[in-house]
Design a protein around this ligand. Structure first.
Ligand SMILES: [Zn+2]
Ligand SMILES: [Zn+2]
Ligand SMILES: [Zn+2]
Length: 114
């Protein structure tokens, strides 16, 4: 499967090329942060070639899964804490909901033997 590539959304360079000065996608070589908003005194533009890092579904690895809306509270209820900050595709989110029909906090009522 070929990786999707995109031109920089801000300055328009292709992957492997250097950003134009002032591009908001440029990474700071000193701190690793976003160059236009980091705290470094000396801003070094044109140091790191542009490489797009794709969003991947954390569960199936699908690239650039469609963004989809989830009602408030649902994400918290169904998605385990270690996945909360990750990207899930719509299909995997459905599976997660199937695994935890009432949310992951709801324990199965199987330990009522005493
Ligand atoms: Zn750029
Ligand atoms: Zn910096
Ligand atoms: Zn997925």
């Amino acid at each position: 499967m070929k990786r999707k590539t995109w031109s920089c959304h801000d300055c328009g360079v292709k992957e492997g090329e250097l950003h134009q000065e002032g591009c908001d996608m440029e990474t700071c070589v000193d701190c690793g942060g976003q160059l236009i908003s980091c705290d470094c005194e000396v801003k070094k533009f044109g140091e790191i070639p542009y490489l797009l890092i794709p969003n991947l579904c954390r569960l199936c690895g699908k690239q650039w899964p469609d963004m989809f809306g989830i009602p408030d509270g649902e994400w918290d209820n169904f998605v385990l804490p270690e996945l909360k900050l990750e990207v899930l595709c719509r299909e995997c989110y459905k599976e997660v909901k199937a695994i935890f029909p009432k949310g992951w906090r709801s324990k199965k009522k199987s330990r009522q033997s005493n």
